[in-house]
Design a protein around this ligand. Structure first.
Ligand code: ZN
Length: 172
C-alpha cells in the first residue's frame, strides 16, 4: 500500500502500487472533498506507508498497551499506543479531533467510533471498550457491543469497527 495526499484537503488516499507500473498515470478522487487529482507513478515521490518503516512491538513505547491495526484493502498495518483514561478511536479525517486517528480509507469507520478506557488498579491494567454511538457498531470478537454496554477486554482480543479490525495487546 502507498498513500498520496489530496492537494486540496490533505486527506490521505491509499492505493496498492503493486497493481501499477512505473510511468503509469493514476487519477484519484478524494473521498473527503471530491477533489480529482492525478499522479504519475515513479515521477511523483510517494510517501511510504508506515508498513515500510520498522514496525515492531519491541520498539513501541506503550506502558498501557497498544492496538495493532490489521492491514486490509483500506489501511496498512499500524501499531498505536494507548493512554491512561479514555482513548477515542476513529477514522483519521482533517479537522476531527480524536485521541487515536486511524489512517484508513474505510468509510464504514466513523470519525469518532469507539472508546477504549485504560485504568490502573493496584498493579493491574484494566481495559474496557464501549461503542461511541457509531453507524456500524463496535464488535468484540464476533459479538456486537450493545449501546450503553461497557465490556472488559483482554490482551489478544479482536475488535472490529466497520471494515477495520484491530487487536488489543498489553505490553508484557
Ligand atoms: Zn481532499
Amino acid at each position: 500500500m502507498k498513500r498520496v495526499r489530496c492537494p486540496k484537503c490533505d486527506n490521505y488516499v491509499y492505493f496498492n502500487d503493486q497493481n501499477y507500473e512505473a510511468g503509469q498515470s493514476l487519477v484519484f478522487i478524494c473521498e473527503e472533498c471530491d477533489k480529482q487529482f492525478r499522479i504519475r507513478l515513479g515521477k511523483t515521490p510517494l510517501k511510504a506507508t508506515r508498513k515500510d518503516e520498522d514496525l515492531s512491538p519491541e520498539n513501541l513505547e506503550a506502558p498501557f498497551g497498544y492496538l495493532s491495526v490489521i492491514e486490509n484493502l483500506f489501511s496498512f498495518k499500524q501499531l498505536i499506543p494507548l493512554s491512561e483514561g479514555d482513548n477515542l478511536i476513529g477514522r483519521r479525517s482533517p479537522g476531527s479531533k480524536v485521541t487515536i486517528p486511524i489512517e484508513t480509507g474505510d468509510m464504514s469507520m466513523d470519525r469518532r467510533h469507539t472508546i477504549i478506557n485504560i485504568q490502573r488498579k493496584g498493579g493491574e491494567i484494566i481495559c474496557t471498550i464501549q461503542d461511541n454511538d457509531s453507524m456500524t457498531g463496535t464488535f468484540l470478537g464476533a459479538e456486537e457491543i450493545l449501546p450503553g454496554d461497557i465490556r472488559r477486554i483482554e490482551s489478544g482480543q479482536v475488535i472490529t469497527t466497520g471494515a477495520t479490525t484491530f487487536i488489543y495487546y498489553t505490553k508484557e
